[in-house]
Design a protein around this ligand. Structure first.
Ligand SMILES: [Zn+2]
Length: 420
């Protein structure tokens, strides 16, 4: 998209605006007039039915009714309610979300592509257990004293606690468990007690598994005050150690050192499986197919909630945009994507990009991503596409995109701010 095209279409929109709204104006400011035009109820949704109003950059946002977007959000919330409270990738709430987007788009006349991709699903099936079983039995408190390292294998194991190359105290430089050498004297069939520090959690746990550990507890490093509490970390999508791994605080881990016959029980009640999940993709039938404007939002939620802000908001707005654009005549083809498994690390969108030939990739001239766009305490923030504010420009087209957003907010007299 270039700026002269934008200006021209803004001008067409202005004309339309003039014919529908200006006639009854007094001597209010331009921004007031535009805002009157955009105010709910000023025009009836009737005008949005025929692809004239919603074919223009000024008319399209007018046709985007908050009540319609709220309706989609309510549907996504209902889906989460009916599916254990979440819409996480790999689970039934996500599948129902895919179905909702697909059937709604198809109802409007779109051809919809459901793109499957491989995905390593991980989610808790229940609370874990961490106990000292001897000499003095102690139960630790789930989510307070300990938690799962994400991507742990499930399991219920018991054995002697064996500290691995730990270094306690402030300013320590722990390399606990980072080298295979750390496990030279490690007795197979015991539980490795490993300290955070220097290398990745997955590497520590894999070294322990290779040395014959039944399970691992990784405690926080304790070198600084902000590394004493409960860890929230991942072993990585590619963790292949095959044994359960829990995380605990520095104080708990440190209390086990120098206790030669300490017996631990480690239980991870999780599901970890290689499965597949889906992207949902559609596009306008009209517009230049070699000059595609693409927009996307991740449809999956985290496991812990319904994901209505993150990212029902982006998904619902994108759905309504697609519905409104079904009647539009865009100059360039507009493609819409609802991504799967974003919360697991941009898995769906990465798969999509890799599935396109270079030629197909080159047809996409700009991509706009919408993640968490609804809030009662909002700001109108625009990314620094041209790099003028933060010296970090986006890919080609980002400067024009930033200018377009600025133009829109300026037109309406709404404050906006550029951020990196
Ligand atoms: Zn998100």
């Amino acid at each position: 998209m270039n700026i002269s095209t934008v200006s021209r279409t803004l001008a067409i929109g202005s004309f339309l605006f003039a014919t529908t709204a200006l006639a009854s104006s007094g001597n209010r400011s331009t921004a007031d007039l535009y805002n009157a035009f955009w105010s709910p109820g000023h025009l009836s949704p009737f005008e949005c039915r025929f692809g004239i109003l919603n074919s223009t950059p000024l008319g399209l946002p007018r046709c985007m009714q908050a009540s319609n977007i709220q309706y989609h959000l309510d549907m996504l919330y209902g889906i989460a309610q009916a599916n254990d409270g979440n819409r996480a990738a790999g689970l039934s709430g996500y599948q129902a979300s895919v179905d909702y987007i697909k059937t709604t788009l198809e109802g409007a006349g779109y051809d919809v592509t459901i793109q499957p991709f491989p995905f390593n699903a991980f989610y808790p099936a229940g609370d874990g257990v961490l106990q000292v079983t001897a000499p003095t039995p102690t139960d630790y408190v789930w989510e307070e004293d300990f938690t799962y390292l994400s991507q742990t294998e499930p399991g219920d194991v018991s054995g002697t606690a064996v500290p691995v190359d730990v270094e306690l105290g402030p300013d320590n430089m722990s390399t606990s468990g980072c080298e295979a050498d750390d496990f030279t004297d490690f007795p197979a069939g015991s539980i490795a007690v490993i300290q955070r520090g220097t290398c990745a959690f997955g590497q520590k746990a894999t070294n322990a598994a290779n040395a014959g550990a039944l399970g691992v507890v990784i405690f926080n490093q304790g070198n600084t005050d902000d590394r004493k509490g409960l860890l929230n970390a991942t072993l990585g999508d590619d963790y292949a150690g095959g044994i359960p791994v829990l995380a605990t605080t520095y104080d708990i881990g440190a209390s086990w050192i120098d206790q030669p016959d300490l017996q631990l029980r480690v239980v991870a009640n999780v599901v970890r499986e290689q499965t597949e999940t889906f992207n949902v993709i559609t596009q306008t039938s009209r517009g230049k197919g070699n000059n595609v404007v693409m927009t996307g939002a991740h449809l999956d939620s985290v496991f812990e909630g319904a994901g209505i802000n993150d990212n029902g908001s982006g998904s619902a707005a994108l759905l309504e945009l697609a519905l409104q654009m079904k009647r539009a005549h865009p100059r360039n083809q507009v493609r819409f994507a609802w991504w799967g498994a974003e919360e697991a690390g941009l898995v769906g969108s990465t798969f999509y990009v890799n599935s396109l030939s270079q030629e197909e990739q080159d047809k996409i001239k700009v991509y706009l991503n919408y993640d968490m766009i609804g809030s009662p305490n909002f700001g109108n923030f625009i990314y620094d596409g041209d790099g003028s504010d933060f010296d970090l420009a986006g890919p080609p087209g980002s400067a024009a995109t930033e200018a377009l957003f600025e133009k829109y907010f300026n037109l309406r007299g709404i404050a906006s701010e550029v951020l990196r």
